[in-house]
Design a protein around this ligand. Structure first.
Ligand SMILES: [Zn+2]
Length: 239
C-alpha cells in the first residue's frame, strides 16, 4: 500500500496498492469499494508509475466518487449487533445468536439456501445439468461464484448477505456455465430463459459487489488470495 500523502507529487495522488508482476504495461483499476489497484511491470520505477497515475488522477477521482456513492445506497448495519442477511439488516441478538454463533449459523444458512436454489434451478437447465459435480462454499474477495470445466460450482459464502433474487442470479449464471463455459450470446439467452429477471437482479448485485471486499480475508500482496487461487485452474470467471 502506498499512501497518497507520501507520493512524489505531494498529496494529489490517491492511496493505492501496487501489485508488480510479469507484465509489460501499467494498469490502474478502481475497485467497487473505492480502493485503487495499480498493476506494474516488475522493474518500473515509482516515479514512472506516479507520472502515469498523475495523468489519470481526475479519472481515478471520478471513479472513486461513483464507487462511494453506490456504496452509500446499500443498507448498512449501524451497530455490532446488526448484520446483513439475504438483503436485509438483521439483529443478531434478537435472533438468539452471539457474535461467534451468528457467523457459523449464517454459513450453514448459506449452504442450505444455495443448495435449495441449485435443486430448483437444475431441472430448468436441462440434461447437461447432469454435469453438475457438486458445490463448494468458501470466502472469496473478488467473485461471487465460479464454475470449473469439470462441473464444480464454487459460491462465495458472502453471497448470503445479498437479496434472494441476486443469489438466484449468481447460481443461474454458474449453472448455465455447465452448458456454455463462456459468456456467448447463447449463454446469455440460456440464463434469461431460466431466470427472466436476471438482468435486473444482476444490476442490483453490481451495487452489492461494493461490499464484497469488506471483512473478507485480505492478503499482504494485494493480489488474489489463496482461496481464490485454489479454484482458478480450469475455472470460469464470473463477476
Ligand atoms: Zn460467467
Amino acid at each position: 500500500m502506498i499512501e497518497g500523502a507520501d507520493n512524489l507529487f505531494g498529496t494529489q495522488l490517491p492511496t493505492y496498492t501496487l501489485v508488480r508482476g510479469r507484465r509489460r504495461t501499467l494498469s490502474v483499476e478502481v475497485r467497487p469499494h473505492g480502493d485503487v489497484i495499480v498493476r506494474s511491470p516488475l522493474r518500473l520505477s515509482i516515479p514512472a508509475i506516479e507520472v502515469f497515475l498523475l495523468e489519470r488522477a481526475e479519472w481515478i477521482r471520478e471513479r472513486r466518487r461513483e464507487a462511494l456513492a453506490v456504496r452509500s445506497e446499500l443498507p448498512r448495519p449501524s451497530s455490532p449487533e446488526e448484520a446483513l442477511h439475504r438483503g436485509a439488516i438483521v439483529n443478531i441478538r434478537s435472533m438468539g445468536h452471539t457474535y461467534t454463533s451468528f457467523p457459523r449459523w449464517q454459513r450453514r444458512e448459506a449452504i442450505r439456501v444455495f443448495s435449495d436454489v441449485i435443486t430448483q434451478v437444475l431441472p430448468a437447465i436441462g440434461v447437461p445439468g447432469l454435469r453438475f459435480r457438486g458445490l463448494a462454499v468458501r470466502s472469496m474477495r473478488r467473485r461471487w461464484g465460479s464454475c470449473t470445466n469439470t462441473g464444480k460450482i464454487t459460491l462465495n459464502e458472502r453471497l448470503i448477505i445479498v437479496p434472494d433474487d441476486c443469489i438466484r442470479a449468481v447460481i443461474v449464471h454458474e449453472l448455465c456455465h455447465l452448458v456454455h463455459l463462456n459468456h456467448s450470446p447463447a449463454f446469455r439467452q440460456l440464463t434469461r430463459d431460466v431466470f427472466p429477471e436476471i438482468d435486473e437482479a444482476d444490476a442490483v448485485l453490481d451495487k452489492w459487489s461494493a461490499i464484497l471486499t469488506e471483512s473478507a480475508p485480505k492478503t499482504t500482496s494485494g493480489a488474489i488470495g489463496p482461496a481464490e487461487r485454489r479454484i482458478l485452474p480450469g475455472a470460469f470467471d464470473t463477476w
